[in-house]
Write a protein that binds this ligand. Sequence first.
Ligand code: FCX
Length: 452
Amino acid sequence: DQDLRSQLAELIPEQQERLKKLKTDHAKTQLGSITVDMVIGGMRGMTGLLWETSLLDPEEGIRFRGLSIPECQNLLPAAHPGGEPLPEGLLWLLLTGKVPSKEQVDALSKELHIRSTVPDHVYRAIDSLPLSAHPMTQFTTGVMALQVQSEFQKAYENGLSKAKFWEPTYEDSLNLIAQLPLVASYIYRRLYKNGQVIPADNSLDYGANFSRMLGFDDPKMQELMRLYVTIHRTDFANFVIEILLQIFFYSDHEGGNVSAHTAHLVASALSDPYLSFGAALNGLAGPLHGLANQEVLLWIKSVVDECGENITAEQLKEYVWKTLKSGKVVPGYGHGVLRKTDPRYTCQREFALKHLPDDPLFQLVSKLYEVVPPILTELGKVKNPWPNVDAHSGVLLNHFGLTEARYFTVLFGVSRSIGICSQLIWDRALGLPLERPKSVTMDWLENHCKKA
Ligand code: FCX
């Protein structure tokens, strides 16, 4: 069996040929027309990026290399039968377009362990920030501190030829993916567990090890959780791992969303994967994007604080209207491209229905699913009144003891590295150029429209 890098090396020439053929045969084929509303409307609906790893259908949701989420759940190797796919398998799929065998995934797990040593200065850089710094700020700081080890940067300085750019990009990407769970869990333990860091266990796969470093296989923690989690202690760690694994379905959502697009744009200047991914994280930290999952749990808790857990549908409607009238968005609802319930939401809902149907916050999330869409539709301007991934994840994490909402986006950031880095490797392998769209002024638009 080939390892990931050799498989990639084999695939690259044929994909380069494919792109060359597209360029020579179809360079001037029209892809739709650009209208003024697209230019002033955040380029919504304007096809303008090449992104190989996934494609988003407005009705159906995301497909990773052609596979829907349920198909990934069926086809990709899991830690145990019927469990969620392992992130290593998703990485393999996104990078190569092929479903890996369990042996290939296990080998990749080992490879990631070998790459996972985080230099000490990274922790010191994080420690220099006040504890009050947002976890995403600490995370980006950690990623920027990791950048000093960039192989791409070194190779570029030494005059590496363009045909080989993908190689150090691959090295940086895998090192980054391997090291992120250590940095992320360090931040969690620093902020919420008195800085008691739990070392990695290299016998575990990526997700299980991450969960362990966060503290979820600590028997004491599990005992505490058992006060209200009515599952066997041995099952507890597995449940948390399954939820963390579900978060890896967030790894890629085609190329135009803020974090993916940012990484792709920054990398087009030949900035290395650390610089590009760090930039992506800063976009992910915005409340209309990745921070929304923090916002959802905080908002749900504010509902409970004001109205109690047994809130009626009428009270909930009132609360939603109050939020809207105060000029805020309802977090976790709406989407730039999707026009139906996010399949990632559906998959988390199914998990909750099976494992925590009586959790009061889950019941509130369910009620919101009935109450919010008609209200957003009534507003008349919202293009998608349905929930996105962020509407659900926080309540699942909260149920199993990861209650610190401000930390949630960091978990999603770790997951995002897998999609973003996979595409960055292909950006360099395909020799994609500097990104540089044309911008215009209002004067220009007005003059143009007068003539049109
Ligand atoms: N609550 C209130 N108003 C909403 C709304 C919501 N959940 N969703 C959209 N709208 C409003 C917009 O603010 C906009 O109002 P305006 O014309 O007065 O500026 C109008 O409806 C049209 O927006 P629309 O075209 O439907 O949506 P956009 O593509 O502009 O924006 C986001 C998409 C996701 C930013 C928007 O739906 C939103 O703010 N949702 C809440 C935050 C959220 O959940 N973000 C996470 C999204 C996602 F999963 C991710 O990227 O991580």
